[in-house]
Design a protein around this ligand. Structure first.
Ligand SMILES: Cc1ncc(C[n+]2csc(CCOP(=O)(O)OP(=O)(O)O)c2C)c(N)n1
Ligand SMILES: [Mg+2]
Length: 806
């Protein structure tokens, strides 16, 4: 029996008959067959890697019984049985993903981009519109880093709370029915040793959200047993502090149940989910005694680390074996009948696997035939016939052919062909088309391709009049947020000190009083799950602006930004999105952990997310207005010391919109192009003034966004005039300035216009030291910029620009 510490009444709508139980068993059995065959497919070289849900089938059948339309899963790679049982996946799709079939019609989870058992449902249609989220079973898209499904889970569940409690969201029937939806987490026992598991569990308890976590406990994390993973070797034992005391505290209902005990599992999942759904009290179901008949994955064998006794125990406690026995004992099905079903199901899985393989092969085989025909034409007219024939016969013989092999062979043939005949031209074109199609097949959807793409948002210029007031920077941002909160009922501001205090720099001051505790919300100090919470909310149609208090602390959230948010749209080939706006502030305060500028780390890790680096609060406001119209995720890094600087507030603060990827020329000049962004704009401006006094006219360009970078090539146009360039920022040497240099010299072909070596000026390689002098000798200063620009001019014209300061 499950040891439910709370015992709610089961809903009467869940029906159990002999037929439904047999059908459950058959789903589990087919899932096991899929694992067994899948493993063979990998071991025979038809697929590259396999990880399967064998040994966890029965618990997932029970979970599926309690899962409702509108609910959403955030799980990991063991959940194929659950996916089959809910109909979110079928066996053919499962194999399509195993083979990496790059087509959403076959692998709807990831278009072959993720390894197998990384599931996800299509929540956004091909035109970029939301599907009917409240009326379908859903799975958020799985990722491999252990525990990384947990931060997102918090937000998926939190969205239900907002839908239930905020009258302004009532209309959103496509997304929620009164917040009745549960977010279902699944996680392996060993992954519970990850920090983000604890952060997410704590956040879920604090928030009081409908989140139900199932822990699949098979005693191991690959080879490492529970005693090395978890204190006391028992996750539910150490979770007891999270147990709620009914009527007295918040917290969780925690259940433990054996993974081979079908009736207890069904009872537990049904009862537990009823409380979570109706009362929004989170729950944890610790499913113990699970096994892993085929081992962890296709790499490695468990015989190397599991004792013979353990392996024997696993055999006899195999959940499907136990369920089968129970069915026979209860008279639900006879062994003969079950034998017949099993034979039928074995065949059906095999047939599905073959169909998936054929479907995967068909277009590639057609391309292979095209290639062979083209190559034969070239061979017939070439003196290198033998070499080309060898290439052809290699391709023809190969069984598990990939497009990669065709690309490789095509170049080999072209390398052997000595003349550019019509046949050779045809192969060149064929190879180019295959290359481009491959790039699209693998690379599409990094950013939004929908009509709401950030890059499609129309610029609206700021309007200033005589009555435009001059305000503190923070008041500008505050006015922007106030207008946006009024305009978008889905907009939620959240983060540390955002609510009551109105953020540490007052950008949100007064907004909680106006819009309520939920729409302007304080969170715990938990950057990773602030980000995850925002991802889950945004996946369910809400618009969070998630605040990370200081840029330096984005490192806590960076892994989730990188692994989950940045890759979400791409890894689902457009099937899911989370238009989160991450708001943070940085570059300039005090000391190591409040004035860092780790921009290269950020921009290199979060491709797929736009990065805006406004130099002042007006530009920041313009970016928020742009991003709120779009379905792309982005980070906006405000400049810390600009909150108290005076700026004129545009009259159209509620709607003026700054386009992404369009730099602004802050000063015109003919001598040298100085490229910078954010806080360095002010330093650069001061240096430019001093340089003017020595007769040097600098063209100062604020790039405004690092991702995307200068889409119209404004910098290279400036270079055509000045022929000299300096890149300036506060990152480490070779950090984001190296990125800027590569964009200008390589992407924009700026090297052609250079008369002087291109230079970078950045902070020191150490972290910024505390105090004014610490800062001065850590970060680039006005004097540094002056000296570097002046020296570059001196190198070009020593007579005109003598080194008066050296
Ligand atoms: C962050 C991270 N570290 C390490 C791994 C490699 N890895 C993959 S699965 C796994 C074990 C997970 O064990 P558990 O959570 O118990 O899940 P199980 O596979 O046993 O179901 C490890 C260490 C990973 N994927 N991600
Ligand atoms: Mg495990």
């Amino acid at each position: 029996m499950p040891q439910a510490k709370q015992s709610p009444q089961p809903p009467s709508s869940v029906e159990f008959t002999a037929a439904t139980i047999i059908e459950d068993y058959r789903v589990g059995f087919r899932s096991r067959q899929a694992s067994i065959i899948g493993r063979k497919e990998v071991l025979t070289g038809k697929a590259k890697f396999g990880i399967f849900g064998d040994g966890k089938e029965v618990a997932q059948l029970a979970m599926a019984r309690a899962f409702r339309k509108g609910d959403i899963r955030s799980g990991y790679y063991r959940d194929q049985t659950f996916m089959f049982a809910t109909g979110m996946a079928d066996v053919e799709q499962f194999f399509a993903q195993l083979y990496a079939h790059n087509d959403i019609r076959f692998d709807p989870f990831s278009a072959g981009r993720s390894m197998n058992s990384h599931f996800g449902s299509r929540m956004v249609d091909e035109g970029g519109a939301w599907t009917d989220l409240a009326d379908q079973y859903q799975s958020s898209s799985d990722i491999s880093p252990t525990g990384s499904q947990m931060p997102r889970l918090v937000g998926l569940a939190y969205a239900s709370k907002l839908f239930r409690e905020l009258p302004e969201l009532r209309e959103m029937q496509q997304f929620s029915r009164n917040g009745d939806e549960i977010a279902w987490g699944t996680i392996g026992n060993a992954s519970c040793a990850e920090g983000m598991f604890w952060e997410a569990v704590n956040a879920g308890g604090v928030l009081g959200i409908p989140m139900l976590i199932s822990i699949w406990d098979d005693g191991y994390g690959i080879s490492v047993p529970n005693e090395f993973q978890i204190t006391k070797g028992d996750i539910s034992a150490v979770l007891t502090g999270f147990q709620r005391e009914a009527g007295r505290t918040n917290g969780y209902d925690i259940y433990t149940v054996k993974g081979w005990d079908y009736p207890s599992l069904c009872e537990t999942f049904i009862n537990a989910s009823a409380v979570v759904r109706t009362e929004h009290v989170p729950g944890i179901i610790h499913v113990v005694d699970l096994t892993q008949p085929l081992g962890h994955s296709t790499s490695g064998s468990q015989e190397r680390y599991k004792s013979r006794e353990r392996l024997q125990w696993e055999e006899s406690f195999d959940c499907l074996v136990r369920m089968r026995k129970w069915m026979v004992d209860q008279g639900i099905a006879s062994p003969d009948a079950l034998n017949d079903y099993e034979a039928e199901d074995r065949d059906s899985v095999r047939a599905a696997q073959r169909r998936a393989w054929e479907a995967y092969r068909a277009p590639i085989d057609a391309e292979k035939a095209e290639f062979v025909a083209l190559a034969e034409g070239i061979a017939a007219e070439s003196a290198q016939r033998e070499t080309i024939d060898t290439v052809i016969s290699e391709v023809s013989r190969s069984q598990a052919i990939f497009r990669r092999d065709l690309m490789r062979s095509a170049l080999n043939v072209l390398a052997a062909a000595e003349r550019r005949t019509p046949n050779v031209e045809a192969l060149i074109k064929w190879r180019k088309d295959l290359g481009e199609a491959g790039a699209e097949r693998i690379g599409s959807h990094l950013h939004s391709e929908s009509p709401q793409a950030a890059m499609a948002v129309q610029e609206v210029r700021p309007v200033f009049s005589e009555s435009s007031p001059t305000l503190n920077g923070f008041e500008i941002i505050n006015a922007c947020f106030d207008a946006a909160m009024r305009r978008y009922p889905t907009l939620m501001l959240m983060g540390e000190d955002v609510g009551r205090l109105g953020d540490v720099n007052q950008g949100c001051a007064g907004l909680q009083e106006k819009y309520g505790l939920h729409r302007v919300a304080d969170t715990g100090i938990r950057e990773c799950t602030i980000l995850g919470q925002a991802i889950g909310m945004a996946m369910r149609g809400l618009r969070p602006i998630a605040e990370i208090q200081y840029l330096d602390y984005i490192l806590y959230a960076l892994q989730i930004m990188s692994d989950d948010l940045a890759s979400l749209r791409w890894r689902t080939a457009g099937g899911q999105r989370a238009p989160v706006i991450v708001r943070t502030r940085g570059h300039r305060l005090e000391g190591i952990w409040h004035s860092g500028s780790p921009m290269a780390g950020i921009i290199n890790l979060i491709r797929g997310i736009y990065v805006c680096v406004p130099r002042n609060m007006t530009q920041a406001a313009g970016f928020y207005n742009t991003l709120l119209q779009s379905d792309d995720p982005a980070v906006v890094i405000e400049v810390l010391n600009a909150y108290r600087a005076k700026e004129q507030r545009p009259d159209n603060i509620h709607e003026f919109a700054v386009p992404l990827g369009v730099p602004e020329i802050l000063r015109q000049g003919d001598d040298l192009t100085l490229v910078t962004y954010g806080a360095c704009c002010r330093i650069a401006l001061e240096a430019v003034e001093l340089l003017k006094t020595r007769g040097i006219e600098v063209e100062l360009i604020d790039v405004q966004t690092l991702l995307p970078f200068d889409v119209n090539g404004m910098v290279v146009k400036s270079l055509q005039k000045t022929n000299r360039v300096l890149f300036l920022d506060e990152d480490v040497p070779g950090g984001a300035t190296a990125y800027l240099m590569r964009e200008v010299l390589e992407t924009q072909q700026g090297y052609e216009w250079l008369d002087s070596p291109p230079r970078t000026l950045s902070a020191k390689p150490h972290r910024p030291a505390y105090g004014s002098d610490g800062d001065y000798w850590s970060k680039p200063s006005r004097e540094d910029v002056f000296e570097m620009v002046y020296s570059m001019m001196h190198e070009a014209e020593p007579g005109r620009f003598p080194l008066f300061f050296q």
